[in-house]
Ligand binder design. Structure first.
Ligand code: URA
Ligand code: CA
Length: 434
């Protein structure tokens, strides 16, 4: 088999066979196929697309490029949840203790954030001394005893995706449904989940800008899951404004703690209830969504979800005293109000750009090597559909550097679209694909 012929075949719009796809992934991962040929193939895939069978084959070839985690020693149905990348998305931090408190085993591999989207590992490291480094034995033992553990990704999980994703990033081939779906699903399958709940973000802060495109991506991932016997559900949720109010690590941890205490922003709580319901149904702990929601609300009201967060943080070495007293979380030196310059109604909050403002304040990494500042970020005070008058506080900047405040202020004002008249009718959840 020659890579040249396979590039030509895809360029001409033909289907690649299972053997051909295996050949490509194996030989690209081991370095036999050079980046320039893989780049050409990715561009051919971008224009000619792949069908469901090719996408499922690509996914499994990627899974088999590295280690596959065996979670069979963990009792029960392991349900993983994955978001396609949002801004200020604190759901993992809230959802995992909620479902664990209901007996659903959460065995999670999480990553650090890159660019303007946050990573769960970074947020968890806000708890002083918290560590995601642990042996496989301890990981499995923790999940069996406490129903929850979060480990950092190992180097050997889907190495093909690491190489291909880096190449897509520099060849303008990220936004292809088959490539996104195989990239996400290969990592979920390799990390051992029995069932998967996907939160597919829709809007200008997401890969998928329209509900139709998000539906295509959701269907593709659900179909891959079905093909490999992993029950998969995709929830299409709004990312046309940031989720909740806080953007930034310690700020989001505080928001998560407040939500677990029942005092969180409504949109964040609602999305957690929706995703959580799907998780506990897949785990066979509830028979329908009504029962599932009731169970989830109960563990917030009776404090069991918050208690589970404490148990989990303590089990991985973290300081839990901040959970009782959030004033002990890292705080920024300056908290500055951003005031509206006009009267009207908030029509839009550009979430990707808001994420970039937070990153520039130090909350995110511009490159893999950047250090993040846990304390800084943005807290929104007005969301879509809310009335504002000139002089009202739109948002608060949390910064440790006096010199970056003016730029952040300008950025935030630019990201708020305020119109004379607007009625918000964008739903939080657009659709659920089963
Ligand atoms: N997230 C991933 O892990 N891969 C993609 O291709 C897109 C989002
Ligand atoms: Ca948030």
């Amino acid at each position: 088999m020659r890579m040249y012929d396979l590039i030509l075949k895809k360029k001409n719009g033909e289907e690649l066979s299972t053997e051909e796809i295996n050949f490509i992934i194996e030989n690209y991962t081991n370095g036999t196929i050079p980046d320039y040929q893989m780049s050409a193939l990715l561009m051919a895939i971008y224009f000619q697309k792949m069908n469901d069978r090719e996408t499922a084959d690509l996914t499994m070839a990627m899974v088999n490029s590295g280690d596959v985690i065996d979670l069979r020693k963990i009792e029960g149905i392991k349900v993983d949840k994955h978001s396609t990348g949002g801004v200020g998305d604190t759901t993992t931090l809230i959802l995992t203790p909620m479902v664990a408190a209901l007996g659903v085993p959460v065995a999670k591999m999480s990553g650090r954030g890159l660019g303007h989207t946050g990573g769960t590992v970074d947020k968890l490291e806000t708890f002083e001394n918290f560590s995601v480094a642990m042996s496989e034995e301890k990981f499995i033992d923790n999940v069996n005893r406490l129903k929850i553990a979060v480990s950092g990704q190992t180097a050997q999980l889907v190495p093909a995706d690491k190489k291909i994703y880096a190449l897509r990033d520099v060849t303008a081939t990220v936004d292809n449904v088959s490539l996104i779906a195989s990239s996400i699903m290969s990592k979920k399958i390799a990390s051992g989940a029995d069932a998967i709940v996907l939160d597919v973000k829709v809007g200008d802060g997401a890969f998928m800008k329209t509900v139709d495109d998000a539906r295509i991506l959701g269907r593709e991932m659900v179909s891959i899951g079905k093909n490999v016997n992993r029950n998969t559900i995709a929830v299409l949720s709004d990312m046309d404004q940031p989720l909740g109010l806080a953007i930034g690590n310690a700020l989001e941890v505080e928001e998560a703690i407040e939500t677990l205490k029942g005092n969180g922003p409504k949109d964040l709580e609602e999305l957690c209830l929706t995703l959580g319901s799907e998780m506990i149904i897949l785990a066979e702990k509830a028979k329908d969504r009504d029962e599932a929601r009731k169970m989830l609300k109960e563990v917030i009201e009776n404090g069991k979800a918050l208690e589970k967060l404490k148990e989990f943080v303590a089990s991985q070495g973290g300081d839990t005293s901040v959970i009782d007293d959030t004033s002990k979380l890292p705080k920024a030196k300056y908290v500055v109000e951003v005031l509206s310059e006009e009267d009207g109604v908030v029509e839009k909050i550009h979430s990707d750009k808001m994420g970039i403002v937070a990153m520039e304040l130090g909350a995110g990494r511009a490159t893999k090597e950047s250090e993040i500042d846990l304390a800084v970020g943005i807290v929104l005070n007005k969301k879509r559909g809310e009335k504002v008058s000139k002089g009202d506080v739109l948002a608060y900047i949390h910064s440790n550097d006096e010199n970056n405040i003016e730029k952040a202020k300008k950025g935030i004002l630019d990201n708020y679209v305020i119109s004379e008249n607007y009625t918000d009718n964008i739903p939080l959840v657009h659709d659920i694909i089963r």
